[in-house]
Design a protein around this ligand. Structure first.
Ligand SMILES: *Cc1c(COP(=O)(O)O)cnc(C)c1O
Length: 409
């Protein structure tokens, strides 16, 4: 009797299919800290692709803080938060995070998570359970991050929530549907800064809509926290909004340079998520040393150094808009450190990434399903550790590569 192993055949077939469609992704292994240069094997590449916007991931004060945290608390938390894993380091971090958003959310409390993915899934599924089955309606922006999409899908499977997708640049549709929505619980879910386009969500308008139709507004500010606002508190600070309806998510592995995420919301929502947020309850607490490191990161974000790092980013963004002129490719109207260049086809995006690599740049091609079909792109990101000279060299290189690809040579 032959032992045919069909799952293995399926896996091989599926991977071959991705290859054919130019959709297979490849892991690249770095051997250096995250910074504006990366060592890969014998090569050193200039990177314009990390989300380490403030350039803190290899900051000496944070490197010392993590060593100090390990001395104070060891390396593991040993259990989930509700068992025995909740340390004073987590508690101090949550108190500090709450102060970051206290001007924008009444009676605010913060809850720390090991990743943004986990925070998003916990917030959406947990909040959806505030009402009974079929009593929830969720409005999710079409270009939302995958972790929000998955949270919405899971909530809808668990609570039979009704899901409506909306275009964040056309809020009339959202309002039209909300007007006739009789569900007792309504939740609007949106990226603060859209991760593949760099544009900023219209939170002022969204809060007005949330107030008018008695909805909650959940804003995932993964790319705004640390970057937006004078003090780096994120999109709520930048847009000067205030509402008890805001559920704010910030992540701590991007501009904050470390790892983790948090939810800030009115205290009763946080208490409810501690009681019923399954991914929070059934997951081991992040090492306290990480929370300890993050306290230093938050201090840096608010400090004069943080302010000057944000000024550096803004200068880079300004120069990009002033000096980067394409003839065939498209820039997008982004005023954040995320600056995509839209090439359209997978083949062109891959060819551009490959040519960039050959001249020493690491800027990956982003393809579907991360972005809509036909909008494959280079996703360029700036770090405060990039100099103006670094950027000008990149601009020159991109112009040369556009010429090369579009002339077919
Ligand atoms: C990166 C990202 C997340 C996930 O955060 P992690 O901490 O990396 O899990 C969530 N939302 C958005 C918009 C992101 O870009």
């Amino acid at each position: 009797m032959s032992n045919s192993f069909s799952a293995l055949d399926m896996a091989e077939h599926q991977i071959a299919d991705l290859d054919t469609k130019l959709l297979r992704r490849k892991l690249r292994t770095t051997e250096s800290p995250c910074d504006t240069k990366a060592r890969i094997g014998q090569r050193e590449l200039k990177t314009f692709c990390s989300n380490d916007y403030l350039g803190l991931a290899n900051h000496p004060e944070l490197v010392s803080a993590i060593a100090e945290g390990a001395k104070l608390y060891g390396v593991g938390s040993g259990a989930s938060h509700l068992i025995s894993g909740h340390s004073i380091a987590h508690d101090l971090l949550e108190k500090k995070l709450a102060t970051f958003e206290s001007a924008h959310i009444s009676d605010v409390r913060a809850l720390f998570f090991s990743t943004g993915y986990l925070a998003n899934v916990t917030a959406i599924t947990g909040l959806a359970r505030l009402a009974g089955p079929s009593e929830v309606s969720i409005y999710s922006a079409k270009l939302n991050h995958a972790s929000l999409i998955d949270g919405v899908r899971l909530a809808s499977a668990q609570t039979k929530a009704q899901v409506t997708l909306f275009d964040h640049q056309n809020l009339n549709f959202l309002e039209e549907v909300l007007k006739h929505d009789v569900h007792p619980l309504k939740l609007i879910v949106i990226d603060g800064v859209f991760s593949m386009d760099g544009d900023i969500a219209p939170v002022e308008n969204l809060i007005q809509i949330a107030e008018k139709y008695d909805a909650l507004l959940m804003v995932d500010d993964a790319h705004g926290f640390g970057v937006l606002g004078q003090q780096g508190h994120g999109i709520l600070e930048q847009s000067e909004v205030h509402s008890e309806r805001i559920i704010y998510i910030g992540t701590l592995g991007k501009a904050a340079g470390v790892s983790g995420a948090f939810i800030c919301a009115a205290a009763p929502f946080i208490e409810w998520l501690i009681q019923k947020g399954r991914p929070y309850i059934y997951s081991t607490a992040t090492p306290p040393a990480i929370a300890h490191t993050l306290l230093t990161s938050l201090e840096l974000i608010e400090s004069d150094e943080g302010i000057s790092r944000r000024q550096q980013l803004n200068q880079l963004i300004q120069i990009w808009h002033d000096e980067m002129k394409f003839t065939h490719w498209e820039k997008v109207p982004s005023f954040t450190p995320i600056q995509p260049v839209i090439l359209g086809s997978n083949a062109n995006a891959l060819a551009a990434a490959k040519l960039l690599d050959e001249v020493g740049y690491w800027i990956p091609a982003i393809r579907p399903p991360t972005v809509p079909v036909g909008s494959s792109r280079l996703r360029i990101t700036f770090s405060a550790n990039h100099s103006v000279e670094d950027l000008r060299k990149l601009i020159k290189t991109l112009k040369m590569i556009e010429q090369k690809i579009e002339s077919g040579s």
